[in-house]
Design a protein. Structure first.
Length: 148
């Protein structure tokens, strides 16, 4: 279900709990966009020849049978070297974006892994840390407004 921006419409009425939830989690979408940006490296890896994949696996001690997010994490953690080695064809802007926002991508990925593995389904979203990282990386201004 989506609200198509209704929460931003000043004439749309929210309860106090809804207002609080929105304010606390207003930066979630930014984190999610960046996490999804990180996923793109897997498709670039999948396009590599079997020879190149084997070289990557040996160089970075990647074991068979890793979960997709585990492989993605290794690739992202080594993106500068992978790009320098030209083993994976990567766009310069993509590499620069991953390097700049890697801390946010990791935070969001860790949140999703924790949430998935938590049988109680009570994983707390790290909204304060996300906001801090978004500011530190310049993704948002210090104003703290949605879209700001």
């Amino acid at each position: 279900m989506t609200d198509f921006g209704l929460v931003l419409d000043k004439s749309f009425s929210l309860t106090k709990d809804e207002e609080s939830f929105f304010k606390q989690n207003q930066f979630y979408d930014y984190g999610e966009v960046l996490r999804n940006l990180g996923h793109l490296i897997r498709s670039r890896y999948d396009l590599c020849s079997e020879n190149d994949k084997r070289r990557i696996m040996e160089k970075y001690q990647i074991k068979e049978g890793l979960k997709p997010y585990e492989l993605g994490t290794i690739l992202l953690d080594n993106i500068e070297q992978l790009n320098a080695d030209e083993v994976i064809k990567l766009d310069k802007f993509y590499v620069a974006s991953i390097i700049k926002y890697r801390s946010i991508i990791a935070l969001m990925q860790n949140f999703f892994v924790d949430m998935y593995e938590n049988n109680n389904k009570d994983t707390k979203f790290p909204h304060t840390k996300l906001r801090q990282l978004l500011k530190e990386t310049g993704f948002i201004s210090g104003a703290g407004d949605y879209g700001g």
